[in-house]
Design a protein around this ligand. Structure first.
Ligand code: UD1
Ligand code: UDP
Length: 366
């Protein structure tokens, strides 16, 4: 049997690592890896292949840094060429990026069976490119592997129960990776304060509006006076902060070039093994990342989500996560609440770390 896995962005390398390792246990499955090129810096791409021992991509399409339409369109053309040549039994796509949408659409048009891993998530905010990508991918995939019960329920509400496509609660492949790599996590090379908050910001809805970004950074700056914050900067955010140095909205923040600014420690993106180390050592996570919200819970850390909504609503319901919004006051308030909150993290929300096994068994039986 032949699988083509389509990946391109950082979180997809982390998810695909678990599934590729599972595939490698089967001599009768050939995996062809297509890297769209969406993420391309060494510390956004190559480092994950090395650290997580993901097989080298068979194709790198080199498509990045474009508008949504151009990026998705160029990927669609190139992925179609690969699929026509490779004639796989299954195409595997992950999550909600432009690479995912291009991959699922190319496969569907060629009538190749498609599996969507991390299906059924909804933020109910159609202004997010991720929401558009995941809804469309769910709609055209043949098997939908959901990470949680809520993801299954979301799909049932949309009528998927009565459709021809199969909906399966496999659990979350990110948990497979977190558990597997936890034992080999690695201290980053920079100096770490004894106690710190771990933060990341990269979502377009936050970075692309100077007022919103300013308000988030104002809150982080204030909080860092009490507890230092370590913030590995996504290249999108780094570029925007550099460009904003002359923007009026950022008056008073002109010194915010990447570097160490008192207790707000801005660093380059780190590898997955270093990220797991930071997750294990930090006291709180503050992020707009989807993946990191869950990893905070995997490592029993309270999380503040720097957005107005989240797809991972089970984390909110259990009190592990607070959706703080992006206003400075709201973020500060959430910080005061979460640092006092005592949570019992011993609840199983995203399976038992064997999602990849369930996924591969299911694909082999179809
Ligand atoms: C993408 C996904 C987002 C996901 C994120 C994970 C879409 C629509 N968005 O957002 O859902 O949360 O990846 O990190 O697919 N850049 C570099 N070097 C890199 C990667 C990106 O300089 O290695 C720059 C690009 O040139 C571009 C900007 O960062 O200017 C944004 O990259 P892009 O891939 O368009 O979107 P992300 O914000 O990374
Ligand atoms: N991550 C990493 N290094 C970093 C920042 C994040 O390895 O410097 C990992 C993080 O632990 C998680 C994944 O990248 O596994 C999340 O990706 P990202 O936040 O870019 O995307 P999202 O999950 O929001 O789509």
């Amino acid at each position: 049997m032949k699988f083509v896995s389509i990946i391109g962005a950082r979180p997809q390398f982390i998810k695909a690592a678990a599934v590729s390792r599972e595939i490698s246990k089967y001599t009768d499955i050939q995996e062809v890896i297509v890297h769209t090129g969406q993420h391309f810096d060494i510390n956004m791409s190559e480092i994950f292949f090395k650290q997580m021992q993901i097989p080298e991509p068979d194709y790198n399409l080199g498509i990045n840094s474009l508008t949504h339409g151009a990026m998705t369109g160029q990927m669609l053309t190139k992925i179609e060429e690969v699929l026509i040549k490779e004639k796989p039994d299954w195409v595997l796509v992950y999550g909600d990026t432009n690479s995912t949408l291009a991959g699922s659409l190319a496969a569907k048009k060629l009538l190749i069976k498609t599996a969507h891993i991390e299906a059924g998530l909804r933020s109910y905010n159609m202004k997010m490119p991720e929401e558009v990508n995941r809804i469309l991918t769910d709609r055209i995939s043949d098997v939908l592997f959901c990470p949680s019960n809520i993801a299954v329920e979301n799909l049932e509400k949309e009528g998927f129960k009565d459709s021809n496509c199969k909906v399966i609660n496999s659990g979350d492949v990110m948990l497979d990776s977190a558990l597997f790599y936890e034992t080999i996590s690695r201290k980053p090379e920079f100096d770490l304060p004894e106690k710190f908050i771990l933060s990341t910001i990269h979502r377009a809805e936050n970075t692309d509006d100077p007022q919103k970004l300013k308000s988030i950074f104002a809150a982080l700056s204030e909080i860092s006076q009490k507890t230092p914050i370590v913030l590995p900067l996504h290249p999108r955010t780094k570029k925007i902060i550099e460009d904003l140095k002359t923007c009026p909205a950022f008056d008073g923040f002109k010194t915010w070039a990447p570097g160490r600014i008192e207790n707000l420690i801005l660093v380059e993106p780190v590898g997955y093994l270093e990220m797991i180390y930071l997750l294990k050592k930090c006291s709180i996570v503050m992020t707009d990342s989807g993946g990191l919200q869950k990893e905070a819970y995997f490592f029993k850390k309270p999380c503040i989500t720097l957005r107005n909504e989240t797809e991972w609503v089970e984390l909110i319901e259990h009190g592990f996560n607070i959706v703080a919004g992006i206003e400075e006051k709201g973020i500060l308030r959430s910080y005061e609440i979460i640092k006092k909150r005592k949570s019992n993290f011993n609840v199983q929300l995203f399976g038992d770390g064997k999602a990849s096994t369930i996924i591969i068994k299911e694909l082999l039986n179809n």
